[in-house]
Structure formats: C-alpha cells, structure tokens
Write a protein that binds this ligand. Structure first.
Ligand code: AMP
Length: 449
C-alpha cells in the first residue's frame, strides 16, 4: 500500500514525500482510513512505529477545511511528557507545512503568558500535557466545547504517571459528540475502562510491539561494585567508539553528579532531567539531537518516545527498576537499520531487577568482565533468567578487549556478612526522584509531591 491509497490529499502527500517516507508503516496503514472515516480508534502501538504520523496526518486532513477561533481549539492531543508533546508539535509542523493550520503547545515549564497569546490568536490544534491544560482551562483561558478530535497519546504512560483522573476531568469538559483516538503500548484494565467510558464503538488497530530489544542492538552487562560504577563506565566509554550515547540513571541526583564527574574527567557530557528549567531541557535535547553533545546523562524522561537518530550507545548506569524501561532505554540505539550497543552496570544489589529485565527480553545479556567486583553466582532465576539454559545464544565480540564470560551468571543477593541484607539500596527511588524518572517535570501528580 502507498500513501495515495490511504485517502490523503495532495498537500499532505507532498509533505510526506518531503520527509522521504515511501510507504505507510503498519499502524498508519491500519489507523488512517478509520480516522478519515471519523471513527473512534484505539491504537495498540508503541513509539517508533510511526504512530504520531498515524494520527497527525488524518487530523490535518480532517481539520484542513475549517478555521481556528480565538480560545476555541478544534482538536486536542494529550501527551504525558513535555518532551513528547514538543516532538508531536514538530511532527505537526512537518506534516502540516502545506496547510494553514495553527497549533499551540501547552506544557509546563514554559511561559503561560506566551501560550495564552497563541490561544487568543486562535489555534486549530492543542498539543498539551494534562497539568498545564487543566491549569489554563481553570483560569478560563481556553474553551473546550468546540473540540472535534481528541487524541490521548501514550495512555499507558499516562496511567503510570497518575494522569488518568486528569484525563477523565478533561474529557468531562469536551463535547460528547467528537472523535476520540487513544494510543497505548499496552491495554491495562484501567486503559480498557477509559476506552469504554470515553470512546464510542472504537475500531481497534494493533501492531505487534517489539517483544524484545532489536537484533540490531548488542547488549552487554558488567558486574561492578556501587563505588566502582563511574570508573568502569569511563573505561567502557574509552574503549567503545562512542559517537553519541544516552547514559541512563535511575535518580536525578546521580544524573547531576555523574555528568559533573564525567565533565571533570574531560568528557563532553550534559545532564537531562525534570528538575532542570524547561529552557535548558529543550536546549540540551536539541543539541544532543544535532550531535553537538556526545554524552547525555539522563533520567527516563528521555527514554520514552524521544526520537534521536544515530545514537551509537546506550549505557544503563543503573539497572532500571521497571523492565519495560530497559527495553525503552535500549531502543534509543540501533534504530532505522543502524547497529547499536547497550551496556548495563550491575551491582550485587540489582539481582531482582536484572532477573526481571532478562525475563522481559527473553534472553541472557552477555557478561563482560571489566575487572569490577565479582560476587557469588546468581542462582538461576525461577522468573526465567536462565530460561534458555545459560542464555548465551546471542554472543558477540565486544569492540574492545574486555574479557567476555557470557555464560557467567549475574550476582547473587548479598551474602557478605558486612552487607545488611534487608537494607539493600533503592534501585528505583521514591519521592521526587521517582517522579522524574517517569518524566513528569512539573506536571508531577499530587500524590508524588
Ligand atoms: P513515532 O513512532 O511516531 O515516534 O515515529 C518514529 C519515527 O518513524 C519518526 O522518526 C518518524 O519520522 C518515522 N516515520 C513515521 N512514519 C514513517 C514512514 N511511513 N516511513 C518512514 N519513517 C516514518
């Protein structure tokens, strides 16, 4: 199938051609015709599948005929994070460049006065995070009773971040007769309930999620002591031919301290997390996308949905607390047919999380000995860590010289009498830090404050 067959008009087809897209992706092929027929749609698709164009292209087509009125937008796209909202806005500009449609990006951390000015001039499309939208609505700066199309993007992420009550509140202010599109990587019971409540006889379209990490990414893990992490990370960075890399930490304070430490060692590293002012978050991300910063030390705020081309490496400074986050982190490299390498530092306190990751990706991760701390072998996990035996099927030679012991098991739970078993350090922090690792910025739900 090609784009012409989907029923899109010439100006949009022209814009698609300028993007260099030859054929629609599966989610575009499945969703666009239903959206153009004004149906409600539930799209089961992750980022990286082309879902943004899947809803943006038909929206532009549908809205092209009408006119924006001051403070009365005609469509609303809800996004869980500011970065993702900004990316959708960029996509909207790209695909809508031959239309006269206007947009307003309404996210926290940016000037509300500027956003109000844009709303006053009239915007066809609002692209918003729930917190800022509700804030503007409650101040009487937007009227939502002319919304004809609502898109709820990354609904599962909204759920993780506690935004479902906000979504319900927003929906209650929208006209009941409208078109609603909901995209989610998974269909948790809460998301299902949301679709039953707010969508009318929706068409379900699904594309198979990446069950695992891409084959274009070679994955390694290194056993380290908590205190030896920085040194081992630097050793790997020096050995690998790093072009651009994400270095993921679970905690914001580690993002800051690690990037400072790397800078002190002469590396061009920058931090990115939700406590930073929006202007520097945006600038850092833009510079990283442009290849001007080689090392981006970040929380998971950057892992979801953010599309950066040609990232050569992903480093997991910490084992992520949620195995899905590992898949998302690693998925930042090896995109668009390129190859990538992902490394993870594992301490003996990370056994549970490591097993969960291995279970999630369905294979072992090659162990590379970088001279870090070893500990007793991990007992083969009931959860599937050693499901496929030693799990060393996907072995490949690292670029550098490290000693590879692929079948070597992960760490066991702490056995040393010096290490209090009950007091293992948190690997996924609570409080504000955790809020950031979900990418809240200042759209942090109340229960995390
Ligand atoms: P998304 O899942 O919306 O974040 O899109 C992931 C990437 O796929 C983005 O870089 C898009 O520019 C790209 N993309 C979207 N649709 C197509 C297409 N039909 N052909 C090639 N690339 C596409």
């Amino acid at each position: 199938m090609n784009f012409e067959e989907l029923g899109l008009s010439a100006p949009i087809l022209e814009a698609i051609k300028d993007c260099g897209y030859d054929t629609p992706t599966p989610i575009q092929e499945k969703a666009i015709p239903h959206i153009l027929m004004a149906r409600d749609v539930v799209g089961l698709a992750q980022t990286g599948t082309g879902k943004t164009a899947g809803f943006t292209l038909p929206m532009i087509e549908i809205l092209a005929g009408g006119r924006a009125k001051a403070r009365m937008p005609r469509s609303l796209i809800l996004s869980p994070t500011r970065e993702l909202a900004a990316q959708i806005a960029e996509n909207f500009d790209t695909y809508g460049k031959n239309s006269k449609l206007t947009k307003a990006l309404l996210v926290g951390g940016s000037s509300m006065a500027e956003q109000i000015k844009i709303l006053d001039r009239g915007a066809d499309v609002l692209i918003a995070t729930p917190g800022r939208l509700i804030d503007l609505f409650e101040r009487g700066k937007i009227l939502l009773n002319d919304i004809k199309i609502l898109v709820i993007d990354e609904a599962d992420r909204m759920l993780d971040m506690g935004f479902i009550p906000d979504i319900e509140k927003i929906c209650s202010h929208l006209p009941p007769i409208r078109q609603t599109l909901l995209f989610s990587a998974t269909m948790a019971p809460e998301i299902k309930k949301l679709t039953e409540k707010f969508l009318i006889n929706p068409r379900e379209v699904a594309v198979s999620p990446p069950a695992s990490t891409a084959v274009t990414v070679q994955q390694f893990r290194v056993n380290v002591s908590p205190k030896g992490k920085n040194a081992v990370l630097e050793k790997i960075i020096k050995q690998e031919k790093v072009k651009t890399a994400f270095i993921f930490c679970n905690r914001k304070r580690d993002v800051d301290s690690l990037s400072k430490w790397l800078q002190g060692r002469g590396h061009d590293a920058r931090p990115l997390h939700g406590d930073m002012a929006q202007v520097s978050r945006t600038k850092t991300l833009e510079e990283f996308k442009a290849g001007k910063i080689p090392l981006l030390v970040c929380s998971d705020v950057a892992a979801r949905g953010i599309d950066v081309a040609s990232v050569s490496h992903v480093f997991n400074y910490d084992v992520p607390g949620a195995p899905d986050d590992y898949v998302h982190r690693v998925g930042r490299t090896g995109r668009a047919g390129e190859t990538g390498r992902a490394w993870m530092l594992v301490t003996k306190y990370d056994d549970k999380q490591l097993n969960a990751v291995i279970k999630r990706i369905g294979k072992e991760i090659e162990v590379v000995d970088m001279g870090g701390e070893r500990s007793e072998p991990r007992t083969t996990s009931k959860d599937g860590a050693g499901k496929d035996g030693s799990g060393s099927k996907e072995r490949s030679k690292p670029q550098s010289k490290p000693r590879v012991s692929a079948s070597k098991p992960a760490h066991s739970a702490p056995k040393s009498p010096n290490v209090p078993q009950k007091k293992a350090p948190r690997t996924h922090d609570t409080s504000n830090d955790r809020a950031d690792s979900a990418g809240f910025g200042d759209d942090v739900p109340d229960f995390f404050k």
